[in-house]
Design a protein around this ligand. Structure first.
Ligand code: NAP
Ligand code: ZN
Ligand code: ZN
Length: 347
């Protein structure tokens, strides 16, 4: 076993604090990665606080991991020592069900293995994430990272990036579409960058008037403050798609009314509460509500390559590990511009 350092929580109410544990020695198909940066996703907070239920402790969060390979197993073919590498939300899956075979490991029929707060395929070894100095994973779930982009700005692509890229590709969003991005946080700011790069007209729907200038810099064409009734009325029956990235309870019906005929609302945010839907709001314009979960390994690599080609990166605030509890407080207050990223050298 290999000794590892991390920050962990011991239950749903204690703060993150230093923690030591052991990673497995790399097997034939594994790589050992020295973690350089790890992004802080709102899903980390939901799971640390057990807001979705079923959280497993001790928990080392973190699924936006970028680092350098320091050891490879005898059967590894994709990587060599010294390569840059990334790990997102998944570290394994059954690999044989029809969804896995199509590259949709996130929808594995028997359940994929999460980077943390999950069990390995043996159903008993807890996985520990990226708020840590190193990680061992099967090379099939490790991504190649370009050295063209700033690594701290690449880390959030591994979750916030792929989670927004995947539905935009799935629904073939591009020129001629009007896309709304609801909530300008970690996911939201990546959705704006991608949708704009793909040629759509992009509107940010936000509760924070102070984010308007940033939204425009990120590539948005319009900005609507959702507490402003006149502004909301101006986008009634307007959008082809709404990408909903909101992490807290909100009234979906207000936003559904903004979709034109056959418009689709794509739910990405996972508030702990179940939303209520008004049926007339759907049938009146044949509107649809859909959802999307991160992305498979093949598509994550495609997204990273697309970002390297098009110079797309996350806007980040780099923090030392010791600042993590304060960063959580700031995320909960909406004070994030637009992703915190931990520098693991400070661990
Ligand atoms: P984040 O950085 O905290 O951003 C969420 C944004 O939602 C905030 O910046 C805020 O934007 C808006 N918001 C917050 N509270 C709100 C409220 N009460 N009403 C309306 N808007 C509110 O979070 P994130 O990391 O982007 O994650 C967003 C959600 O996606 C989380 O629930 C996370 O668990 C989920 N997620 C899902 C997937 C997936 O695969 N589907 C993957 C990753 C994350 P404004 O200030 O602009 O209003
Ligand atoms: Zn995430
Ligand atoms: Zn599977």
């Amino acid at each position: 076993m290999i000794p590892a350092k991390a920050y962990a929580v011991q239950n749903a109410t204690t703060p993150l604090a230093p923690f030591t544990f052991e990673r497995r020695k790399p097997g034939a198909h594994d790589v050992l990665i020295e973690i350089l940066y790890c992004g802080v996703c709102h899903s980390d907070i939901h799971q640390v606080c057990n807001e979705w239920g079923g959280s497993k402790y001790p928990m080392v969060p973190g699924h936006e991991i970028v680092g350098r390979i320091t050891e490879v197993g005898s059967g590894v073919t994709k990587f060599k020592v010294g390569d840059l590498a990334g790990i997102g939300c998944l570290v394994d899956s059954c690999r044989t069900c029809s969804n896995c075979e199509q590259g949709y490991e996130q929808y594995c029929e028997t359940g994929s293995v999460g980077t943390y707060n999950s069990y390995e395929l043996d159903k008993k070894t807890l996985t520990y994430g990226g708020y840590s100095d190193k990680i061992v994973a099967d090379e099939s779930f490790v991504l190649h990272v370009s050295d063209k982009l700033a690594l701290e700005r690449v880390a959030p692509l591994l979750c916030a990036g792929i989670t927004t890229y995947s539905p935009l590709r799935q629904w073939k969003v591009g020129k001629g579409h009007r896309v709304a991005v609801l909530g300008l946080g970690g996911l939201g700011h990546m959705a704006v960058k991608f949708a704009a790069a793909m040629g759509a007209e992009v509107t940010v729907l936000s509760t924070s008037p102070s984010k308007e200038a940033d939204a425009k810099k990120l590539g948005a064409h319009k900005f609507v403050v959702t507490k402003d009734e006149a502004a909301v009325a101006s986008v009634k029956n307007y959008f082809d798609f709404i990408i909903d990235t909101v992490s807290a309870q909100h009234d979906l019906n207000l936003y559904l009314a903004m979709l034109r005929l056959d418009g689709t609302m794509i739910l990405l945010g996972v508030p702990p509460e179940t939303p209520q839907l008004q049926v007339f709001n759907l049938i009146g314009k044949r509107r649809r509500v859909a959802g999307s979960l991160i992305g498979g390994i093949k598509e994550t690599q495609e997204m990273l390559d697309y970002c390297a080609e098009n110079n797309i990166m996350s806007d980040v605030e780099v923090i030392p590990m010791s600042e993590i509890n304060n960063a959580y407080e700031r995320i909960l207050k909406g004070d994030v511009h637009y992703r915190f990223v931990i520098d693991l050298k400070t661990l």
